[in-house]
Design a protein around this ligand. Sequence first.
Ligand code: FNR
Length: 341
Amino acid sequence: RDVSTLLNLFDFEESAGEWMTKMAYEYVASGAADELTLRWNRQALDAIRLNPTVLTDVSQLDTSVSLFGTRLSHPILIAPTAYHRLLHPEGELATVRGAGAASALYVVSSFTTTPLAEIAERVTQPLWFQLYVRDDRAFTKDLIQEAEALGYRALCITVDTPTPGVRNREHRSRFKLPDGVRTPHMGGPLVEKKPLTWKDIEWIQSFARTPVLLKGILNPDDAEKAVESGISGLIVSNHGGRNLDTVPATIDALPRIAERVDQRIPVLLDGGIRRGTDVLKAIALGASAVLVGKPICYGLACGGAEGVAKVLQILQHELELAMTLTGRATLASIDRSVIWQ
Ligand code: FNR
């Protein structure tokens, strides 16, 4: 599919809706229950107004950011999403090429349909690994150590999914993986019996050799506990509105968490980021970087590696425009004063 006519991330979503099978589209697009949180993620970002500064020197824009000693040319990461071969025949191998073309860090999902080793072979950009902790802790430990040995540079433990949420739309479309699409690092769906607790996180930290981030933090008290437990970074996330409906938009949860963490560790955010101004708003309210989920799935479905790259390039370009137009030449200069109070 020709992606050259798609100008923004909403164009990709619309085009994907026409192009993908209904089942795959419903799987990606749907949220939990009444989809209130799914909508709020967008609405809350839209409701924030900007307060530009004029007549500043923005001739040398710098969108780069350092995370755990890795310099990234921009703060837009690929969020972990499952089943890329459901979306495109090349699956995660297309995603990783797209990431490379757009110089974006890619967080590979535990539900990857391509072995971690094959993705790592193709890499020109840093990779992180997203972990779902299984009841079989020996399996989990082996998986972490495999990812580390392959060069995945950080571990994002997803902590907001003790169970999948109420997914009415997904069930209605009778979601089922096509024959031949497998998840080599996940034996089956997430139906764990042992609860994941801080003890398990400590256990993982006891042997992990790369930074450990917690993905799915909304509560400032949890953020505090994480910092005290020596966690390296947090991802403020409501799983794209897919798990617990009626939790707040992530952009609304971010300020309190950023305040509590008080720059002791990096705080990242995902959920509803679709425009360069959204990235700028997240950074202004305390995020070091953002991740995008659904738009990457749509880019992959519409145009494989090229589609993924284009989604990221559009967002990065829009961020540069937003920085220029608000008079902020660096990410460090994007503070709360850019938000209209
Ligand atoms: C996800 N997400 C997710 N998260 C995770 O930790 N492991 C996973 O395997 C998946 N799988 C997944 C599949 C699909 C189709 C979607 C849309 C999302 C959540 C994802 O990492 C991220 O938190 C949200 O997608 C961010 O919100 P946006 O950008 O989709 O609005």
